[in-house]
Design a binder for this molecule. Structure first.
Ligand code: 13P
Length: 249
């Protein structure tokens, strides 16, 4: 059985006290069920978030990390730094990192390797731009993003990989992929993995959908066979909304 996961990517939002309040109100929402719940605050609040969630099942992830192990990279954060404060999961390849900070498949392949070397779980994001979908190139784009950054991995490494399909045109726009569009892409991705590895590995990989998931549409999207949860942006900044989304699984 694939793990169901709902992760909140808080992006560059919330100061320290807002971070504390959001975590405390998430904890006060009661039993979140068997779904794996992950929140990703900013780097500077990660240690505090780890401490605040230590008495709950909520996990804390980083939103990014550097591809090198250490060295002269001013302003960057290494996986060893993250591990040392109890972070076991990292989001890599978010479209905002690709678009604004020039992250490409080659860099991301290195980041993935570095995270895995530190025994971290990776939430690997990818997804097409609007033009790609309009020109019906979306499957090719997604195929190349996944194969270039992940298909060098040994089969055993995939136990640490969570995929997150986030069509760029649906992020923060209020426009979501339809449940059928999400299912179609998720099934395509699972087939890709099956072709490269095998059916049982493909069947075990959790594939999340991200892009304007809200309390009102989560259930329909999550009901699709190959959608194993969500990576949530804006709606993850409100504890009640995030909880409703979690409970929609
Ligand atoms: P929104 O849910 O705000 O569209 O953001 C999705 C996202 O980018 C999560 O990583």
């Amino acid at each position: 059985m694939r793990t169901k996961i709902v992760a909140g990517n808080w992006k560059m939002n919330n100061n320290l006290s807002e971070t504390n309040t959001l975590i405390e109100s998430l904890k006060s929402q009661g039993n979140l069920g068997s779904t794996r719940v992950i929140v990703a605050p900013s780097y500077v609040h990660l240690a505090q978030a780890v401490s605040l969630t230590s008495d709950s099942s909520i996990e804390v992830a980083a939103q990014n990390m550097h591809e090198a192990k250490s060295g002269a990279f001013t302003g960057e954060v290494s996986p060893a730094m993250l591990s040392s404060i109890g972070i076991e999961t990292v989001i890599l390849g978010h479209s905002e990192r690709r678009a604004y900070y020039g992250e490409n498949d080659a860099t991301l392949a290195k980041k993935v390797d570095n995270a895995l070397d530190h025994d971290m779980d990776v939430i690997f994001c990818f997804g097409e731009e609007l033009e790609d979908r309009k020109s019906e190139n979306h499957f090719e784009v997604v195929k190349s993003q996944i194969s270039n950054a992940l298909f060098h991995l040994k089969a055993s490494a995939w136990a640490k990989i969570i995929l997150a399909y986030e069509p760029v045109w649906a992020i923060g726009t209020g426009e979501t992929a339809s449940p059928d569009q999400a299912q179609e892409m998720h099934a395509f991705i699972r087939n890709l993995i099956q072709d490269q590895y095998d059916a049982s590995l493909a069947d075990e990989v959790s594939i999340l959908y991200g892009g304007s998931v809200k309390p009102g549409n989560a259930q329909e999207i999550f009901s699709k066979q190959d959608v194993d949860g969500g990576l949530i942006g804006g709606a993850a900044l409100n504890a009640a909304d995030f909880t409703t989304i979690i409970k929609s699984i």
